[in-house]
Write a protein that binds this ligand. Sequence first.
Ligand SMILES: CC(C)(COP(=O)(O)OP(=O)(O)OC[C@H]1O[C@@H](n2cnc3c(N)ncnc32)[C@H](O)[C@@H]1OP(=O)(O)O)[C@@H](O)C(=O)NCCC(=O)NCCS
Length: 203
Amino acid sequence: MNEHRRVRAAERFRGARVTLRLVTLEDCTERYVSWLEDPEVAQYLETRWSPQNLASVRDFVGSMVDSPHSYLFAIVENERSLHVGNIKVGPIQPRHRYADVSYFIGERSVWGKGLATEAIQLATFIAFERLDLHRVQAGLYEANVGSGRALEKSGYTLEGRMKKQLLGPRGWEDHLWYGLLREDWRREVVPSVSVDDSATVTR
Ligand SMILES: CC(C)(COP(=O)(O)OP(=O)(O)OC[C@H]1O[C@@H](n2cnc3c(N)ncnc32)[C@H](O)[C@@H]1OP(=O)(O)O)[C@@H](O)C(=O)NCCC(=O)NCCS
């Protein structure tokens, strides 16, 4: 584990519906692989360009665990203590102090319940309050309306449009960039978050 990391493995960032904690190699299960193999989940993820299996997932998670510039969090549904997807803050540009945020909810049965929105809000809290960033941003395929909406509900605004930059499932799509500055971050889009670093918290 990289000693310079600002989030510890035992820490939990708990909101009303979901909790974020760092992903570990133990999270690399067939269920995780099945999320990336689900065509509906993967249609706007770059993982779809290469075969996904336990080895590729372990490689990716291993690189995140060791990275000084990226934080990969598990999104854990509070109700069932169930890992349902991931959200990444990174790579951080250390000199400019900004980072990308990217995410997916792999369990389609819980789509539309506000989990991605709260996960984005918690990750944004971590980015500004823990990682001392001044800006976060997220890129998405224009047709991914739910993703854009979750960002807007978290205070992000549409800043840029790269015309037909991405090859989506139905042809060329505009690449939209959303961003949020710390100074524009409003209290009403910060979830009620409790931070717990007790090692006894259930996974
Ligand atoms: C996009 C995704 C993250 C949304 O997750 P989610 O937990 O279902 O999102 P939320 O429940 O927080 O919904 C946020 C808003 O988007 C809306 N929304 C969600 N999916 C939608 C869809 N397919 N079409 C239109 N609106 C949608 C919700 O209704 C909600 O808006 P509202 O509160 O005004 O009704 C999820 O569908 C997903 O993981 N997709 C596959 C991977 C992916 O695309 N990741 C993002 C890459 S940029």
